[in-house]
Design a protein around this ligand. Structure first.
Ligand SMILES: Cc1ncc(C[n+]2csc(CCOP(=O)(O)OP(=O)(O)O)c2C)c(N)n1
Ligand SMILES: [Mg+2]
Length: 463
C-alpha cells in the first residue's frame, strides 16, 4: 500500500519522476534534493534510492566503507606562497596597493598592541589579556571584505575584526581597563569587547555559545532580507576556534543553519590548540572543513597566513551566502597559535619552545604581506621603523588616558537586568552601601565615578 502511494507521488514529481532519473541516469540539476523531495520511497526497478533520508543514492553491490583516512586531505587555498609571491599570475591579487597598505598597518598595530598589553598584564596593570599572534590575517582580512551592516559574532581572539571595523584604540583601552568610558560599563572581563554601532555582538567566554546565536541571527536576517528588498541584504558571520567546534552548540548551529538555509558564514580559526589540547586530541576527521559536507554546506579550507586568500575566500563566501535567499558557508582558516592561550597560560608546559620558534620563522601573516609589499617596492625598512614607532606612540597614548580614567559608577553593578530594581536587589544595594561605608580603608570607592553617591542616587531614583 505504501509502495503504491509512493509510486503515485513520484509520477507527479518533476523532474524526479522521470524514468531516466529512476533508471540511474545523471541526477537532475534543478532544485536541490531537500527542496524537491520529502516523502518518496524507492521502486523495485530503481537504480537510485529515493528514501526521504538519503536522496539520490545509487544502489551498489560493492561492499565499500567510506574510508576517510585513505582520502586526500581537503586542499588549502592560497593566493601567495610563503615568500609573498603570487601563485597564479593570471588571477593575481584583487587588492589595491592602498588597501594592502592599510591592512598591513592594522596587522602591525594589532601585534604591537598585543605585545604592550601582554606586558601590562605582567606588570599588574591589567587583569587579563589574549593575543592574536599568528592569526592577525584571518580577523583583519575577513572583516575587510564584509559589509559594515553584516552582523558579527566573535569568540575572543578576533580583536582584528574590531580593529578593522573601526573600534578605536581608546575604545579598546577603555574596555581593557574597565573604566567609566567602557561601553560595556566595566561588566566584562578584558578582551570581551562589544559594539552595537559596529554590529558586533559582545564576546562571551562560554565557548561556542555564539554559534547558535549567529545561526538564529542569520535566520532573522534571511526574513529581513526577504521583507525589505529595498535594503542591501545582510549576512551573519561567526568566528570560533577549532576547540569550540567540539562543543554540541557547534553541531546544533551548523545543522539548523543548513536546514533553514540561512545567509551565514562560519569561520573556524584552526590554530592547532584549544589551550593545552592539541587538535590530535579533538578530532579524527579532516579538520573542521571535513564536517561541512556532512551538513550539506559549501566549504573551503584557507591558508590563514595569506591575507589575500582570506579576503578572496570570504568575499566569495559572502556571495554564496546570499544565493537563493540564503546558503550557509563554512570556512576553515589554518594558522598556528604563536602566543600563549592567554595571560593565564604558560604554553611551554605542553609544547616545545622549538615548535613555536619554528612556526614563527616558517610563516606569519604579517611577514608574508610585508614580503609582497616589498616585492612591489611599496615598503622598506625605514617605513617599517617609522610605522612601528608611530603606532607604539598612539597605543601608549590611549593606554595612558584609559588607565587614568575613573572606574564605572558602582550602580552599574545592579542596573540593566530588570527595568526596575527588585526588592531583593534593593536589599543588596543597601547591604553593599553599608559594607562600603564601614570599611573605607578596604574599599576605595572614590576611584569609581560618583563614589558612594551613585548608590544613594540609584535608591532615590527608583522610588
Ligand atoms: C563551555 C566552555 N568550556 C571550556 C572553556 C574553557 N576554555 C576557554 S578557551 C578554551 C579553548 C578554546 O580553544 P579554541 O576554540 O581552539 O580557540 P583558541 O583559544 O585556540 O583561539 C577552553 C577550553 C570555556 N570557556 N567554555
Ligand atoms: Mg584553537
Amino acid at each position: 500500500m505504501s509502495f503504491r502511494y509512493s509510486a503515485r507521488r513520484l509520477r507527479y514529481r518533476k523532474p524526479w519522476s522521470s524514468p531516466a532519473c529512476l533508471n540511474g541516469a545523471q541526477p537532475p540539476q534543478v532544485a536541490p534534493a531537500w527542496q524537491a523531495c520529502r516523502t518518496v520511497a524507492s521502486t523495485p526497478t530503481a537504480e537510485r534510492v529515493l528514501f526521504p533520508g538519503a536522496l539520490n543514492s545509487q544502489f551498489t553491490n560493492t561492499l565499500a566503507f567510506l574510508r576517510p583516512a585513505a582520502k586526500e586531505a581537503i586542499p588549502t587555498y592560497r593566493v601567495l606562497d610563503q615568500y609573498g609571491q603570487v601563485l597564479d599570475k593570471e588571477t593575481g591579487v584583487d587588492t589595491e596597493d592602498e588597501e594592502a597598505l592599510k591592512l598591513y598597518r592594522n596587522m602591525v598595530c594589532l601585534s604591537i598592541m598585543d605585545l604592550l598589553m601582554f606586558e601590562a598584564q605582567r606588570q599588574g596593570r591589567l587583569s587579563f589579556y589574549m593575543v592574536s599572534a599568528g592569526e592577525e590575517g584571518i580577523a583583519i582580512g575577513s572583516a575587510s571584505v564584509l559589509s559594515p551592516s553584516d552582523v558579527i559574532f566573535c569568540q575572543y581572539r578576533e580583536t582584528g575584526v574590531y580593529m578593522q571595523r573601526g573600534f578605536t584604540l581608546d575604545q579598546f583601552m577603555n574596555q581593557l581597563f574597565s573604566n567609566a568610558k567602557d561601553v560595556g560599563l566595566g561588566r566584562n572581563m578584558p578582551v570581551h569587547y562589544g559594539s552595537s554601532e559596529l554590529n558586533i555582538h559582545t564576546i562571551s567566554s562560554t565557548l561556542a555559545t555564539q554559534i547558535p546565536h549567529a545561526a538564529g541571527a542569520a535566520y532573522a536576517l534571511k526574513l529581513q532580507n526577504q521583507q525589505q528588498p529595498e535594503v542591501s541584504p545582510r549576512i551573519a558571520v561567526c568566528y570560533f576556534g577549532e576547540g569550540a567546534a567540539s562543543e554540541g552548540d557547534f553541531h546544533a548551529a551548523l545543522n539548523i543553519a543548513a536546514t533553514r538555509q540561512v545567509p551565514a558564514i562560519f569561520i573556524c580559526r584552526n590554530n592547532g590548540y584549544a589551550i593545552s589540547t592539541p587538535t590530535s586530541e579533538q578530532y579524527r576527521g579532516d579538520g573542521i572543513a571535513g564536517r561541512g559536507p556532512g551538513y550539506g554546506m559549501d566549504t573551503l579550507r584557507v591558508d590563514g597566513n595569506d591575507i589575500f586568500a582570506v579576503r578572496r575566500a570570504t568575499k566569495e563566501a559572502r556571495r554564496i551566502a546570499l544565493e537563493d535567499g540564503g546558503k550557509p558557508v563554512l570556512i576553515e582558516m589554518m594558522a598556528y597559535r604563536v602566543g600563549h592561550h592567554s595571560t593565564s597560560d604558560d604554553s611551554f608546559a605542553y609544547r616545545q619552545k622549538v615548535e613555536v620558534e619554528d612556526w614563527k620563522r616558517r610563516d606569519n601573516p604579517i611577514a608574508r604581506l610585508r614580503k609582497w609589499l616589498e616585492g612591489r617596492s611599496l615598503w622598506d625598512e625605514d617605513k617599517e621603523r617609522a610605522l612601528r614607532s608611530e603606532l607604539r606612540k598612539e597605543i601608549l597614548g590611549a593606554f595612558d588616558k584609559a588607565e587614568k580614567e575613573k572606574k564605572p559608577a558602582i550602580r552599574h553593578a545592579f542596573e540593566g537586568v530588570y527595568e526596575k530594581l527588585t526588592e531583593e536587589q534593593r536589599a543588596h544595594v543597601e547591604e553593599l552601601r553599608d559594607i562600603l561605608e564601614r570599611y573605607p580603608k578596604e574599599y576605595d570607592v572614590d576611584q569609581h565615578e560618583g563614589g558612594l553617591e551613585s548608590l544613594v542616587q540609584l535608591m532615590t531614583e527608583e522610588r
